[in-house]
Design a protein around this ligand. Sequence first.
Ligand SMILES: [Zn+2]
Ligand SMILES: [Zn+2]
Length: 276
Amino acid sequence: MEVVLLGTGSPIPDPNRAGPATLLKTGEGGLEQVLVDAGRGCVMRMAAAGSMPVLLSGVLITHLHSDHVCALNDVITTQWVMTTEPRPLRVWGPVGIKRFVERTLDALGPDIGYRIAHHDDLNWEPAVEVCEVTAGDSFALGSMQVSVHATAHAPVEPTAGYRVEREGRVVALAGDTIPCAGVDDLTSNADIYVQTVIRDDLVKLVPMARMQDILDYHSSVEQAAQTAERNNVKTLVLTHLVPAPQPGQHDEWRAIAARHFSGEIVIGDDLTSISP
Ligand SMILES: [Zn+2]
Ligand SMILES: [Zn+2]
C-alpha cells in the first residue's frame, strides 16, 4: 500500500498546500485507489499523483468539517463525467454524510441537467452509493479490509478514523482528533499512522480567539508522537499542518516529534508518498 498526501493544508488558504486529502494506492499496478477526505484542490492533486476520481474504489470521509469535504462535489462530478457507463462512486463516512451527499447532488442539479441534455452518450445521473459508518464497523473495500474507530473532535460529532489492512500491512488514518482510546485502537501496531496536527506552541502565540479555539480539538505534534510511540507505530506521518511549515522549518517539526517517538517521522508536503 502506498500513501500519497494529496493535501497537507488546513482551512487557512495556502498556495502550496491543498486541503486535507490522502490517497491510498494498492493492488495490481496501484489501480485500487481510495481517497480519504476531499479537501480543497484534491482533484488537481489526484491528477498530479497519477490518479483520477474515475479510478477510485471508494472515498472515506473522517468528518463533515468543510476543510475535509469541500471538494467532494468536484470528486462526484469529475467521476461522473469520466465514466463510460453508469458506475457508482462509493462513499463511506460518519452519520450525516448521506444528507451531505444528497444536498451536494441537489446543488449540482443544474449542471447534471445541462450535461445530460448536451451529451447523447451521458444519460444517467451521478450515482453515489453512501454508507454511514460508526466505530466498530468493518467492511471490505476491494482487496482491503477497513475498520472504523472512534476519534475525539468535539463539538464535531460523529467522526471516524479508518484502519486499512491489506496483506499484513496496516495504514491508520485518523482525521482531526485529540488522543483517545479510539485512536489508540486505530493505530495499534500500524505501519503508517497519518495524523492531522497543529503546533500548539506556535498557535498559542496568535492573538486571535478563533485560532486559540482550535487548540482543544486537534492533536499537537507532541500528542501525535506520543500516540505513535504508545501504540508501536512504525512511521508517523504528519499532515494538516497549522501553521504550515515554511521551507527549512521541517527539521524543527521533526525534532519536536522525535522527542516523543522513536520511529520514522514524515512532515508532510503535498504529494509526499510513503510506502510501508
Ligand atoms: Zn475538523
Ligand atoms: Zn481539519
